[in-house]
Design a protein around this ligand. Sequence first.
Ligand code: GLC
Ligand code: MG
Length: 253
Amino acid sequence: MKPFLFVTDLDDTLVYRTVGDDSALAELNQLLSQHRQEYGTKIVYATGRSPVLYKELQAQKNLLQPDALVLSVGTEIYLNGTDTPDSGWAEILSPGWNRETVLSITKKYRELVRQPDSEQRPFKVSFFLQEDFSAIVLPQLEAELQKNKLNVKLIYSSSIDLDIVPYSSDKGQAMQFLRQKWKFAAEQTVVCGDSGNDIALFAVGNERGIIVGNARKELLQWHNEHLADYRYLAKSFCAGGIIEGLKFFGLLE
Ligand code: GLC
Ligand code: MG
């Protein structure tokens, strides 16, 4: 068995966000920590959560200590359990990013409801946006941000969460940063997700992909339009679907 780079979203991918049966999680944790010990496999969590909300979940679900953390939809990378975001990554995101201008434009849209303060981050501005409004608001907002020469990306997930981040940033770019740093081949890298902010993980290259059985419609739609033999749609939900996919790719026995 060879080491692999394991990158997973948390909410509704590794763990159930609200209610659900996390029993497969214990089995997956056991398999992964053993693989890490024996072969040097690396574990990365890539989530939309801020440090505050990540710590909450970590305590609730007793998550394994990861080798790196990608927080705030890819805008922050934390290596080896440190509390300070990687400065090399911040340098890549800084050019052209102007938080204040983004805020002054978004203020004009009544449909955008600010998420809690903890989720507003140096390189991420986040709102709730009801799905009914999204088809009209998103293109308008995108055009207006572009007109102001703001080099940003809009990421809409789970029919409610809207994140505005630097264009050079998302979970996929952050994953590539770590993959190159640790020198894992795409064939020895696997990414797992369930919703819109995970599309970047699957779309950035030809890493192995696992879509859990409970995935959201925006990800399923993207998957059906971009079928690839290096991406697997699991039948089981959450951690159970991840185990299914790791076996499918022969990364786990
Ligand atoms: C997490 C974050 C939130 C973000 C969402 C989607 O729920 O807390 O700020 O909008 O992920 O990326
Ligand atoms: Mg998720």
